[in-house]
Design a protein around this ligand. Structure first.
Ligand code: A3P
Length: 300
């Protein structure tokens, strides 16, 4: 009914995290069947942390012959497809059933919103690389609230205060938000060669440095020549908010994205939460984070 946070009402707890029933089936399927390759690269995140952006950047840097020379650039896959169609989610059932996953060339680039402890065992046992993207909780929360309202207009707008209550109790898609972040933060401290912990805010502040860092981590660092010839800038331009959000992408595919391209892009800014929440609401999230992250060495 209107006036209710129907998203939270539909969440189911699985392995200590809140999932939508639609993701549960795919989660079980990938936990039971997914076989990681040592060369796989997995992008993990809480929803609305900038996943689409990092998907595009990782895709572009792994396929950078296509990203740099101007002939290939004109028909680059990122110009015609949404990044979500190029980087399949582990836990989306249609992707598991997608025979193309097995046929992906190496390294396979995949995404997941699953928390670290719920990843398929083969991911944790293999030498595959995980890049975790974390975004500050206030912007993540506001972005999630907008997204849920946008993709379900028929349900009426979710009241923001009720949604905030639920978020602060841990009830959000793949929440608790803080346990999700902490699970990967801990893994990145214990296995720095396997898990890279990055933030949306540091990417926004110095994208060039972080694209270089990413390239090194996934085992394909930029050459001196590439650093000089504008390859990094080309990737950043192609993956910029303005470029990706303006594209008329092909929606025909098998696609996890039965959604319009524009749904994945809203403002793409740091600190936009102030336009939607009062200072008290912000302080409430800060208070919860301070309590939950205490002792972890992580500050958000
Ligand atoms: P806002 O709602 O704050 O604008 P996800 O991809 O994990 O769903 O995250 C979506 C958020 O990332 C949205 O944030 C969206 O606008 C932002 N975003 C998408 N593409 C981006 C890009 N190329 N650069 C920066 N931010 C981007």
């Amino acid at each position: 009914p209107p006036g209710e946070d129907w998203v939270a009402a539909s969440l189911k707890m699985y392995q200590d995290f809140w999932l939508l029933p639609s993701t549960l089936r795919g989660t079980l399927a990938c936990q039971n069947h997914f076989q990681a390759h040592n060369s796989d690269i997995l992008l993990a995140s809480n929803p609305k942390s900038g996943t689409t952006w990092l998907m595009a950047i990782l895709f572009a840097l792994l396929n950078r012959a296509k990203s740099s020379d101007s002939d290939s650039q004109a028909c680059h896959p990122l110009l015609t497809q949404n990044p979500h169609d190029l980087v399949p989610y582990l836990e989306v059932p249609s992707q598991q059933e997608n025979p193309n996953l097995a046929a992906f060339t190496s390294p396979r680039l995949l995404a997941t919103h699953l928390p670290y402890p719920s990843l398929p065992q083969s991911v944790r046992d293999s030498e595959c690389k995980l890049v975790y993207l974390c975004r500050n909780p206030k912007d993540t929360f506001v972005s999630l609230w907008h997204f849920m309202n946008k993709v379900n207009p028929e349900k009426g707008q979710i009241p923001l205060p009720e949604c905030l209550d639920n978020f602060c109790r841990g009830m959000s898609h793949y929440g608790p938000y803080w346990d999700h972040v902490l699970s990967y933060h801990k893994a990145s401290l214990e296995m720095p060669e396997k898990v890279l912990f990055m933030t949306y805010e540091e990417m926004k502040e110095d994208p060039r440095a972080h694209v270089r860092r990413l390239a090194g981590f996934v085992g394909c660092p930029f050459s001196e020549e590439e650093l000089r010839d504008g390859t990094v800038e080309g990737i950043l331009r192609m993956c910029s908010f303005d470029n990706l959000s303006a594209l008329e992408v092909n929606k025909s595919g098998k696609s996890s994205t039965r959604l319009e391209n524009k749904v994945y892009f809203r403002r793409g800014e740091v600190g936009d939460w102030v336009n939607h929440m009062s200072a008290e609401m912000g302080e409430r999230i800060d208070g919860v984070m301070e309590e939950k992250l205490r002792g972890s060495g992580l500050k958000l």
